[in-house]
Design a protein around this ligand. Structure first.
Ligand code: ZN
Length: 142
């Protein structure tokens, strides 16, 4: 398969090496029947090594999930073989059902139907706290 031939879709670039599969799963790319390529350990001047994901379809991408996992990722939007937009990511203010609260006494551990909601409480240190019990999420970028 020719991985350069993305006609309409996305090139998700600057993924930290080794994170490609995590992103693949977070975006539920295994549910797609279009062409998806994961390139691992690509050479990068800026990063040494990086992963890249190419998706040959215009699907809705969960930008918040991506920003939460790693806000240094770049999302390139491809239309008619050309990159028409490079989207920078930011840490989202709030994430829903991307991470789980680890507090066994948290209401989300008991009420399984509740959404897992985390709020960004400290942007500088990338701290998210559970909306219900306020327990902080362990450094998610490790
Ligand atoms: Zn909690």
């Amino acid at each position: 398969m020719n991985i350069d031939s993305i006609k309409n879709g996305y090139v998700i670039d600057h993924i930290r090496a080794g994170r490609g599969m995590q992103i693949y799963e977070a975006l539920h790319l295994n549910d797609l029947d279009c062409q998806v390529a994961i390139i691992t350990n690509a050479k990068s001047q800026k990063m040494g090594k990086k992963d890249i994901i190419k998706i040959d379809r215009e699907i809705p991408i969960d930008i918040d999930a991506l920003g939460f996992i790693d806000h240094n990722i770049t999302v390139n939007i491809v239309k008619d073989d050309k990159i028409i937009e490079k989207r920078k990511l930011m840490l989202p203010e709030k994430v829903v059902n991307i991470a789980k609260c680890n507090n066994p006494r948290c209401i989300t551990s008991i009420e399984k139907d509740l959404d897992q909601i985390f709020i960004l409480t400290d942007r500088e240190n990338e701290v998210y706290r559970c909306k219900y019990c306020e327990m902080s999420l362990k450094q998610h970028n490790e």
